[in-house]
Design a binder for this molecule. Structure first.
Ligand SMILES: [Zn+2]
Length: 176
């Protein structure tokens, strides 16, 4: 008999994985959801055709899988949301988001504190498109189309709620 688990963050229902120790310390995903994401992100399995927003898969996934309130989760969601903000609102190239992370780290050293960000309440519609919707598409091309939708739909929901906060953080901690 297959036992199922529900991902607390994206709501996807998947068979429980045998080694259920494979989770991330502060990303909120269920082991099975995290495993599917890791295989997509690290092994390109199943394969996905290239697409403009492909480099944002990690950022979108980490924002959707916000976890529960802790300093690490707060900082993680903030940095990944700022990457999405930079690309989708400020025109930063999607393969240059490392620059955004570098700016956050640099300004932290300069200002010497780690409490700049606070918890962003996840949107209630955070569970729209999931990683499973990408994987279950039949071809690399249609998976890529779904991935673009995935990134945009997560971003739209978070932007609606937190756009002004993120714009402020971006100005404070990213722009020179
Ligand atoms: Zn999930």
């Amino acid at each position: 008999m297959l036992l199922y688990e529900i991902c607390p963050d994206c709501g996807v229902k998947l068979p429980i994985v045998i080694n259920n120790k494979i989770t991330h310390r502060y990303i909120g995903a269920s082991s099975s959801c995290w495993l599917l994401f890791s295989s997509l992100q690290n092994a390109n399995e199943p394969p996905i055709a290239s697409g403009e927003l492909n480099p944002l898969l990690l950022d979108a996934y980490c924002v959707q899988h916000h976890g529960v309130v802790s300093r690490q989760a707060i900082n993680s969601v903030a940095v990944h949301a700022l990457s999405l903000f930079g690309v989708l609102e400020k025109g930063v190239s999607a393969d240059k988001t490392y620059w955004i992370r570098k700016q956050v780290a640099k300004k932290k050293i300069r200002k010497g504190n780690d409490n700049r960000f606070y918890w962003l309440e996840p949107p209630s519609s955070n569970k729209g498109i999931t990683i499973v919707d990408i994987i279950k598409e039949k071809t690399p091309f249609t998976r890529s189309i779904k991935l673009q939708e995935y990134v945009k739909s997560i971003w739209n929901e978070w932007f609606k709620l937190h756009g002004s906060t993120l714009a402020y953080w971006y100005k404070q901690y990213i722009e020179e």
